[in-house]
Design a protein around this ligand. Structure first.
Ligand code: IMP
Ligand code: MG
Length: 182
């Protein structure tokens, strides 16, 4: 049996995203507006709410890629797969990557190096909804973080366990009983 214990309510999440949006808006205020790249699937809720709280003089450009390192388990597989990595030419732009969570850091590190090599961006930053620094294996420091959490397995607000629970409007800790695993 799966038990989901709420950690952050919908209201707490929305409040935090408003202030993150203001912080990001201020930092890009004097610059050409950035290309925002959402990493699917996990970042879809965070991206949708965050971009609606970013105000820049010029309109944003929004792109998506799909990367995965987890499979369906709660432990990272250790290598990053790239099911969808199509991007238009965004050379020399300001790039802001939107991630659901930075865990081992492998996905973010892979993608940041890829973007740096391909597009030589003017600036390259990451906004992560969640950061689990205690799990880091490779060095990655997100520029903007919604919430820093302990070493818990969380679901909701875009994050899944075996493709389930992404639609929950809140974030919760998932506990699975050893017998069923569902
Ligand atoms: P990393 O490459 O180890 O940093 O893993 C990043 C990816 O692992 C995220 O984009 C998530 O899809 C997944 N992930 C890591 N921790 C969790 C969690 O607590 N719940 C759900 N997915 C997670
Ligand atoms: Mg996942």
């Amino acid at each position: 049996m799966a038990v989901i214990t709420p950690i952050f309510t919908e209201e707490e999440i929305q409040k935090r995203i408003k202030s993150l949006g203001a912080e990001i808006s201020a930092e890009y205020a004097g610059l050409e507006s950035p290309v925002v790249i959402g990493v699917m699937k996990g970042a879809f809720c965070f991206l949708a709410d965050l971009v609606r709280n970013i105000k820049t003089p010029d309109p944003l450009q929004i792109e998506f890629v799909r990367l995965s390192s987890y499979g369906s388990a709660t432990e990272s597989s250790g290598h990053v797969q790239t099911p969808y990595l199509e991007l238009p030419n965004i050379s020399r732009r300001h790039i802001l990557v939107i991630e659901d969570i930075i865990d081992s850091g492998r996905t973010a590190k892979f993608f940041m190096e890829y973007l740096q090599d391909q597009f030589n961006p003017k600036t390259l930053k990451i906004a992560a909804f969640l950061d689990k620094p205690s799990r880091r294996i490779v060095e990655v420091e997100p520029d903007y973080v919604g919430f820093t959490i302990e070493d818990l397995f969380v679901v909701g607000y875009g994050l899944d366990y075996a493709e389930k629970y992404r639609e929950l409007p809140f974030l919760g800790e998932l506990q699975l009983s050893a017998t069923t695993g569902s």
